[in-house]
Design a protein around this ligand. Structure first.
Ligand SMILES: [Zn+2]
Length: 143
């Protein structure tokens, strides 16, 4: 069990309450679209959600995508990260999430040309909403 993170619902205190709190912050859209986040978003554009972790009983900030994966898909193997097929760190749509290693993440970022840059994340939520999935892919390839 890794310390500063969670891998499973079993590690979450007050689980039903946490699930409810999570869904209150998700901006659900069509299943093919990116879902937004009404909660805190850090300066890298990553949506954040705090979880009361068991058995340590400490509050830890997690990427909302990681929490979405655990709630909607299942446990995350230890040491793995939740990555986005859509390249949108704010997105909480479980259909856009997959698990991989840190190396996969860096490779993925290289492939999409966004390693070490936050370019492309300055779009307002409205702009992003207007961008279709295919347009976003084209944009990602060009960048
Ligand atoms: Zn997405």
């Amino acid at each position: 069990m890794a310390k500063g993170t969670i891998e499973s619902k079993d590690q979450i205190k007050f689980l039903p309450f946490a699930i409810q709190r999570f869904w209150n912050k998700v901006i659900q859209r069509d299943s093919g679209e990116c879902w937004g986040w009404k909660g805190y978003i850090d300066r890298n554009g990553v949506s954040k959600f705090a979880i009361q972790k068991m058995p340590e009983n400490i509050k830890i900030p997690l990427a909302a995508s990681r929490v979405s994966y655990i709630f909607n898909i299942g446990d995350i193997p230890e040491g793995l990260h939740v990555l986005h097929t859509c390249d949108n760190p704010e997105c909480t749509n479980p259909k856009h999430l997959f698990v991989g290693t840190h190396t996969d993440n860096v490779k993925d970022m290289d492939a999409k040309g966004r390693r070490g840059t936050t370019e492309g994340y300055s779009h307002s939520d409205k702009t992003r909403q207007k961008m279709s999935e295919s347009a976003r892919r084209r944009y990602a390839r060009r960048a």
